[in-house]
Design a protein around this ligand. Sequence first.
Ligand SMILES: Nc1ncnc2c1ncn2[C@@H]1O[C@H](COP(=O)(O)OP(=O)(O)OP(=O)(O)O)[C@@H](O)[C@H]1O
Length: 355
Amino acid sequence: MIQATALTKRYGTKVAVDHAEFTVAPGKVTGFLGPNGAGKSTTMRMILGLDRPTSGSVTINGIPYDKLAAPLREVGALLDAKAVHGGRSAYNHLQVLAKANGLPRARVDTVIDLVGLHSVAKKRAGGFSLGMGQRLGIAAALLGDPGIVMFDEPVNGLDPEGILWIRNLMKALAAEGRTVFVSSHLMSEMALTADHLVVIGLGRILADEPMAEFIAKNSVSYVLVRSPQMADLAPKLALRGWRVEMQGDGSAHVYDAKPSQIGDVAGTEQLWLHELTLVHSSLEEAFMRLTASSVEYHAGGTAGTGTTQDAAKPPSSPDAPVWGEAAGDGRAQPPAEPDPSGQPPTPYQNSERGQ
Ligand SMILES: Nc1ncnc2c1ncn2[C@@H]1O[C@H](COP(=O)(O)OP(=O)(O)OP(=O)(O)O)[C@@H](O)[C@H]1O
């Protein structure tokens, strides 16, 4: 188990990690998710004793890393796959590591087989592809048969086969009861791998919860509605208690309603519908919303100042007029979609057929 308590790291005036509190439990894959510069690597370095916290603490099974009697037997990490002596063979590299850490020589063969490097184990590691280098780094991390493994962005630059391999390996390690902590800036990758999520933004922990809870809390769906009579339709939908957000192109996003319910209202009111589409926002969007105010550098601008509560709102333009209770009254009226014929359409007619 890894436990961070008020963990803080400052570089001069820069706060890289800000009072982070989280626990990484055994038997599952915990994803450590955050945009670039969020503080993931700094946190991982502090867990491994490579960086000293400015304040707060982080422990491995209750003990700070530098106090562990046999660190490689407790925690294995892949931080930088290129940190290998390029002139040595993979086999020699692992042997040197095993010897230096008092680990049995037989572990070298075991981990080489485990990561599938058997056929190239005697070749110079300097000539390895990125994927082979990652496998060697993982072999080194597993050399001490540790109960805790940490991977910093392990799938970066890997081909689909390599990504799948690492994903399955992490799941298998967790299934053996190990603590698996893996960082990524890709929500889509984490959604496929992690059971639990710790989300960090600008050094602060924004979420620490099971993946299923994160998905339930953050996946937003709405119905995209297009109608040439939106000015009439929107208030009718809002009257049902559904949140109706007008979009710049005259369409509306309707929350809390099913397409069939919206269709029924339009039918009852004899109003035309041109589109009813159920839209699910992706987890990637949920993650972007959650961290939107904590991205260090935005393309074409600086970081926003919003709160994480803002991030929980459904995706929409901040200026979008909203119909319904939440909007209050006196908001802008939704524009009607222009009718090319200039005539009000007759309900239930199919405009495509020009009737
Ligand atoms: N040695 C250092 N000196 C000064 N600032 C640093 C140092 N290391 C990291 N930082 C800063 O601390 C912040 C967190 O960096 P960190 O590398 O931990 O983020 P990260 O989430 O791992 O990002 P990435 O996904 O880009 O690797 C960034 O603003 C970074 O510029």
